[in-house]
Design a protein. Structure first.
Length: 256
């Protein structure tokens, strides 16, 4: 990976991670909010999903533009995110979703009012007594030959996501790990790797997994089974397909 780009990614992840932990404490461990102009608006849903899984509370990720921001929210533990949307609805340009997930866009001039209403809504959050047992629903298992950039065209055909239409989830088995880089500052907690599907090699991001590498659960030259979404990574106007790993196991071993 280009060293300058690697440093930039680590800086972004450090900002996001620090903000996530800070907001978790600020919102009394009921909610996580990350927002930045450095967040790619195409992956706000993935970011919110990963944060919700990591902290086990509803999470929101927002791309902040000069005039308009775009956000996604993912729920957990039975909280209906539509309650939040109802309290903020007149601030949005548009919004949509269901009780477990949603998305919106909003003029930045409404940001202050949005933060005030969001805080009040979060204070009123009540969770189900029993935590949800998360189950990943896999839409398709893909052979290596199907892992080409054309997969993004298929994913695009099912848009828009969020309104009772979750992002497609795939599984691929016995794909080779060619290299691994740790990202995150001051402590590296995430993993950026290259996966070899034969004809194509894919950059892949796996949140909160650095300890799994250092513990020897998987490493370079291993073959792994992965559950994942696909997304686009943008850098200096260039678009690169990227795998966002949701779960991973070393081939022929049970899931974590």
């Amino acid at each position: 990976m280009n060293e300058k780009r690697k440093d930039m990614e680590e800086e972004i992840w450090a900002i996001i991670e620090s903000m996530a932990y800070k907001s978790f404490d600020e919102y009394d461990k009921k909610f996580v909010l990350v927002h930045s102009e450095k967040i790619n608006k195409g992956v706000t849903g993935l970011m919110a999903q990963r944060a919700a899984r990591l902290f086990n509370v509803p999470a929101m990720a927002i791309y902040v533009g000069e005039e308009i921001c775009t956000g996604s929210i993912r729920s957990t533990r039975g909280y209906n995110v539509q309650i939040l949307f109802e309290q903020c609805g007149n601030l949005f340009i548009d919004c949509g979703g269901h009780q477990a997930a949603g998305g919106f866009s909003m003029f930045m001039e409404n940001w202050g009012t949005f933060m005030e209403r969001l805080k009040k809504a979060i204070n009123a959050i009540e969770f189900d007594e029993q935590p949800d047992e998360e189950v990943l629903k896999i839409d398709a298992e893909l052979p290596h030959d199907y892992l080409s950039p054309d997969l993004l065209k298929l994913v695009d055909r099912f848009e828009p996501y969020g309104n009772e239409n979750d992002q497609l989830v795939f599984m691929t088995k016995k794909i080779a790990v060619k290299d691994i880089n740790f990202i995150g500052k001051p402590e590296a907690k995430h993993v950026k790797m290259t996966l070899d599907a034969g004809k194509y090699k894919w950059p892949a991001l796996y949140w909160q997994s650095a300890d799994r590498v250092t513990n020897g659960e998987f490493g370079v030259n291993d073959k792994v089974d992965i559950v994942f979404n696909v997304a686009r990574d943008y850098y200096k106007g260039n678009e690169t397909p990227q795998i966002m790993i949701l779960d991973l196991k070393k081939s022929n071993r049970g899931y974590s």
